[in-house]
Ligand binder design. Structure first.
Ligand code: ZN
Ligand code: ZN
Length: 822
């Protein structure tokens, strides 16, 4: 007897329990099966997850389940990136300790993961805010310190006035705080940095090793590292011993320098202006422009401002003295803090020169029309022929770049150099909810690292969370006052905490031995299991977490702690789920609660819809009607299995006639299609769509009751259930059991397709909707119009386009093209 709706509540509860009992997601250390490490970026613990969050985990879970059926020894761990500002800000607002709210949120998230049927090896959970984890984050800090890769320096750093802490460059997006979107300002502070710049070239070169990373992520990293090859040139300041160093990739323009600009943070600036008659005016300018942020200042559209210092510098190639200015469009952060200005051939310099009446000298002529400096409307930045450039006149400018560099190196007035845009990683934060930096200050011995044996430096629980711009740890005397590890005298602890991006730069190593209290990770195990086979997460981490993790892994590799150079072999970045065209967020009021949907339809419906909604790497718009479609499909499959099980024992068994061939074809075609979609870039949507077509085919096939007990039908039915299992695991398990199987469907073998079953004379037919090509269908050659119409009207992809309505007209053009009018 078939029921009206399938009983998802009982089924889901039953299988959650069974998977737990059978240890489905527990990695087996001693297994001889091939290993597969599937890793989801570990989340920040937040209270209630919506369907947008769900997508990431459902994608990961489907991959994991697929690999389990394929016979891999799968490692699929989960943990929590549990330090960070939101919990601390909430504590300021409502007085609940960050640890309490964080651990509560973790509990809620575990429950939600389970409700989606998303499984992990929870015996390996890591939580970055617990001492047994952050002890080792502090250990990593000390290793970098030992290697000279962690250092403290005073510098102009990004300051978020709302978060009341400094930020790394990677956390500033278009001049705004990555977390809260406040305008970031600059502050001159003493801070801790990791010397990631020492790894610039290797981080760039090893992108080559990442064959299975999305190109756009690699490109973002490449641009962020920002390598440029050029020449460093020293300009003497007239009547002084000061030398100003410039870097340029355009040595061919050196004869066209008409002035020089330095940044307001240039270390020599005070010395340069100390006798200037307009010293007051210059200082006022410096003060004003320091308030502007660095990112804005270097934007092309930014208003360029400057002031003359009264000084001149000597161009070393022609000994011409040119005026020295301070300008807002030069930033010390990016380069040497001094720019040789060539207005004729650089647009920023051109605009500045026009504004302040500075000279413009053409040194590269346009071969298509002579340039006249007085008449130029914009800089000429293309290649051309050298003019006004001494012995280089008449040479093509491309060639002159090298020739002039040769000459400068020979005459010792310049050196070829490589510059990078990448800056050192600022890792100290003036906030409470993070791992304390394990350093101690002694008046006698100076700065001392904490002895590794006394780790962890515990974060004190009792502090006042008022944001003051200084770490709240400052006012916790029992934390601050300590003993010097060298002389034993009284000393003070560092009060800043470690950026949470350090916590997340190594967590994937900890999953292999999460309870080990002797070392951060087990070399034998991490060398066996890493690089991670499949990493899944958001593209917003392209230059943050994904760059930092690569850096830390290289450092650990260099120190001999691990035997691999890159952490993640394959990366998949999923798209976002939107509602009403925008990202789901509480403040926008467009959040779809996953708990409510699971209550109404069950987890499998939510999973199926989430995977079917679009290719997983693309953004997708949520539709409640789409959920209903997924629900109807699962019920349709459920009824199909029900009827099959019921009919199987009442009809005579035996092979069907040759009429069974199309069903075998469809079965094996579907196995091939789903397997390829799962092995490639996870085209869950097309995989599911082909399973839907197979279900249609089975319904057609069973219209003739005599076929109900055929082997072909049995094969088709079993195939549907196994192929669905990674996507909708609960209902698949239940149906598998109904079919008489004793073991979990995840212990079954993934079907292999039979090439012989797929020999069929077919043609592809393009399908247009209102004259636009939208899809293709496969039909057997010689299919009649009725059959074509039937296939078209059932194709789920086409159905999506016509949104379930019946097309007004179906026109079949000479059996070669279908056009639907809707
Ligand atoms: Zn902020
Ligand atoms: Zn001391």
């Amino acid at each position: 007897m078939s029921q009206e709706f399938y009983p998802f509540k009982e089924i889901e509860a039953k299988w959650h329990k069974k998977w737990e009992e059978m240890g489905l997601f527990r990695m087996d250390q001693d297994s001889s099966k091939p290993k597969y490490y599937c890793l989801m970026m570990f989340p920040y613990p937040s209270a209630a997850l919506h369907v947008g969050h769900g997508r990431n985990y459902i994608i990961g879970d489907s991959v994991v389940r697929y690999k389990i059926i394929r016979g891999y020894n799968v490692l699929s761990p989960m943990g929590f990136d549990a330090f960070g500002l939101p919990a601390e800000n909430a504590a300021i607002k409502n007085g609940i300790h960050p640890e309490t709210s964080t651990l509560n949120n973790i509990k809620t998230m575990r429950r939600q993961f389970n409700s989606w049927g998303v499984g992990y090896d929870w015996t390996r959970e890591v939580v970055s805010c617990l001492p047994e984890y952050y002890k080792w984050t502090q250990w990593i800090f000390l290793q970098l310190y030992k290697k000279g890769l962690a250092y403290k320096k005073k510098a102009y750093v990004n300051w978020c006035p709302s978060c009341q802490t400094v930020l790394a460059n990677e956390q500033v997006l278009g001049g705004e705080c990555e977390r809260c979107s406040s305008q970031v300002t600059l502050r001159d502070l003493e801070q801790w940095f990791f010397k990631i710049t020492e790894y610039s070239q290797r981080l760039l070169d090893d992108l080559e090793l990442l064959k299975d990373w999305p190109e756009r992520v690699k490109l973002m990293q490449k641009n962020w590292i920002g390598r440029s090859q050029g020449i460093e040139i020293d300009f003497k300041v007239k009547d002084s011993d000061i030398v100003l160093r410039c870097f340029t990739t355009r040595a061919d323009t050196i004869y066209g320098v008409t002035y020089m600009v330095i940044s307001n943070e240039h270390p020599a600036i005070q010395e340069l202006i100390k006798d200037a008659p307009n010293k007051k005016e210059i200082e006022k300018f410096i003060d004003q422009t320091r308030k502007e942020n660095a990112a804005d200042r270097i934007k092309a559209e930014q208003d360029k401002k400057g002031v003359f210092t009264g000084r001149f510098v000597i161009n070393p190639v022609n000994n011409k003295a040119v005026p020295l200015w301070v300008g807002n469009y030069v930033v010390t952060e990016y380069g040497t803090g001094a720019v040789m200005a060539v207005p004729a051939h650089d647009q920023r310099d051109f605009e500045f020169a026009k504004k302040y009446g500075l000279g413009i000298e053409v040194v590269i002529d346009n071969p298509k029309g002579h340039l006249d400096a007085a008449k130029m409307k914009e800089a000429y930045i293309k290649e051309g022929i050298m003019v006004n450039s001494g012995k280089f006149n008449g040479m093509p400018s491309q060639e002159a770049i090298e020739k002039i560099a040769d000459y400068m190196e020979a005459d010792k007035i310049g050196r070829r150099e490589v510059h990078y845009k990448l800056r050192d990683w600022l890792i100290s934060r003036q906030r409470y909810w993070g791992a304390p930096i394990p350093m101690i200050y002694c008046d006698k011995c100076g700065m001392q690292p904490v002895d590794e044996k006394s780790l962890p430096v515990l974060l004190p629980k009792k502090v006042k969370f008022k944001p003051t711009g200084e770490s709240p740890l400052k006012n916790a005397p029992e934390f601050v006052n300590t003993k010097c590890p060298k002389c034993g005298g009284s000393a003070r602890r560092e009060i800043d905490t470690i950026d949470t991006f350090v916590d997340s730069s190594w967590y994937f190593l900890r999953y292999l031995s999460p309870k080990d209290d002797k070392r951060p990770f087990d070399k034998g195990l991490v060398d066996k299991w890493l690089p991670v086979d499949q990493y899944i997460g958001g593209v917003e981490h392209a230059i943050l977490h994904l760059l930092y993790s690569r850096f830390i892994v290289k450092v650990l590799y260099d120190m001999g702690y691990i035997g691999f150079k890159e952490p993640f072999a394959k990366l998949f970045t999923q798209g976002m789920i939107t509602k009403n065209g925008i990202k789901m967020s509480k403040s926008k009021g467009n959040v779809v609660s996953s708990d409510n949907l699971i209550e109404k339809y069950g987890a499998d419906t939510v999973r199926l819809y989430t995977l079917f909604i679009s290719p997983p790497e693309k953004d997708a718009e949520w539709s409640d009607r789409g959920v209903d479609g997924a629900w109807r499909f699962l019920n349709r499959v459920w009824r199909m299995i029900d009827s099959y099980v019921a009919a199987k024992f009442t009809l005579p068994s035996g092979r069907a006639s040759s009429a069974a061939t199309p069903i075998r074809y469809k079965t094996h075609f579907t196995i091939k299609k789903v397997t390829e979609d799962m092995e490639g870039t996870f085209h869950f949507n097309t995989a599911i769509s082909s399973i839907m077509e197979l279900v249609n085919e089975i319904y057609d096939f069973t219209n003739d009751e005599r076929r109900a007990a055929s082997d072909e039908l049995k094969e088709a039915i079993q195939t549907v259930v196994i192929l669905l299992a990674p996507f909708v695991p609960h209902i698949a398990e239940e149906m598998w059991e109904k079919l008489g199987n004793k073991e979990s469907v995840f212990k079954a073998a993934w079907p292999a397709y039979d090439k012989d079953a797929m020999i069929r004379d077919t043609i592809e037919l393009p399908v247009q909707i209102n004259g636009k090509l939208r899809s293709k269908i496969e039909i057997s050659s010689g299919a009649g119009e009725d059959e074509i119409k039937k296939i078209v009207s059932r194709n789920p992809v086409i159905n999506k386009w016509i949104e379930g309505k019946l097309p007004k007209k179906i026109i079949i053009v000479k059996g070669k093209l279908v056009n639907l009018v809707i």
